[in-house]
Design a binder for this molecule. Structure first.
Ligand code: BT5
Length: 270
């Protein structure tokens, strides 16, 4: 852990350049850091200062990696992916959570293609393998009236470390690609695959709306029949996952057969 990455496994721009030519996440908007507080924080700052859509912040390690609701994202150096994308979609504020689903879809596709066949999406922002967390997404937004001004979508993926090296609390729920594949993975190739998928799904969201995203997301999601506890600001409630609705919210079936809609919160598998 925390060793400098070997030369061949780096996310430096010169390593990325031959792997992929992004239109949205283009080379000139690629911001690389050996170590940073939080890529999301940096991307937000760049966006506030006027950085264009497609600005991408990538770091080898983070000293202040963030989860949702002020939680910590453990971010050891040189073995994982930490990236944040600046997006400026012309969408109403209420559609912003869909960007989390788009990023989850891109992430799960990249991880599946790299050989982690059991990777699944859990609403709203997790990629899990057998109930353990492989990747998480953090979407932060600035608004202008009813419209989105900028969104920062951050993705963290556990790649080449071992989950046992995390703190005990995280080690108990996390998993890495190396835990599953028993080999290391080229992070640059994984990042390129993730960005290609993100660019494609984001373009579809803007041109075709949420319907195709919903279909693809559901294909890889933990849904029907999965028992869960939903924890939100208003309390905690148990039920069975039912569906992802047409707006990207979660439908859960309660013990009496009633269906309720979850707009925000944590979904815990039970
Ligand atoms: C998330 O939050 O899952 C969002 C994670 C986003 C991280 C990326 S890294 C690049 C960008 N820059 C940032 O600063 N953040 C983003 P949430 O659903 O709240 O889950 C957080 C919880 O996951 C923590 O409370 C821990 O229990 C657990 N956790 C922390 N680090 C982990 C890790 N590396 N792998 C798996 N689980 C982890």
């Amino acid at each position: 852990m925390n060793a400098a990455p070997p030369d061949h496994d780096t996310l430096r721009p010169e390593r990325m350049a031959p792997l992929w030519r992004g239109r949205l996440f283009a080379a000139e908007r690629y911001h690389y850091h050996e170590r940073i507080g939080s890529t999301n924080q940096e991307a937000m700052q760049l966006a506030r200062a006027g950085a264009p859509e497609g600005t991408l912040v990538v770091a080898e390690g983070q000293s202040g990696g963030r989860g949702r609701l002020g939680r910590v994202w453990e971010s050891p150096s040189g073995e994982n992916l930490y990236l944040s994308m600046v997006l400026r979609p012309d969408l109403p504020v209420a559609h912003a959570p869909r960007l989390t689903l788009v990023a989850g879809l891109a992430t799960v596709e990249a991880v599946l293609a790299a050989g982690v066949a059991e990777a699944r999406l859990k609403w709203p922002n997790d990629v899990l393998v057998n109930g353990r967390k492989l990747a998480g997404i953090l979407t932060e937004m600035a608004t202008e009236g009813e419209r989105i001004r900028q969104v920062t979508v951050g993705v963290g993926v556990n790649v080449n470390g071992r989950s046992a090296d995390f703190s005990p609390e995280v080690a108990a729920r996390a998993v890495t690609m190396a835990d599953i594949l028993h080999r290391t993975c080229e992070r640059a190739e994984l990042l390129a695959a993730l960005l290609v998928a993100m660019e494609r799904w984001y373009a579809r969201l803007l041109t075709e709306g949420f319907a195709p995203i919903r279909i693809a997301w559901k294909e890889w999601a933990l849904l029907e029949g999965q028992r869960v506890r939903v924890e939100s600001a208003t309390g905690s409630r148990e039920g069975w996952l039912e569906d992802l609705d047409e707006e990207g919210f979660l439908l859960v079936r309660g013990a009496e057969g009633e269906i309720w809609r979850v707009l925000a919160g944590d979904v815990v598998l039970v």
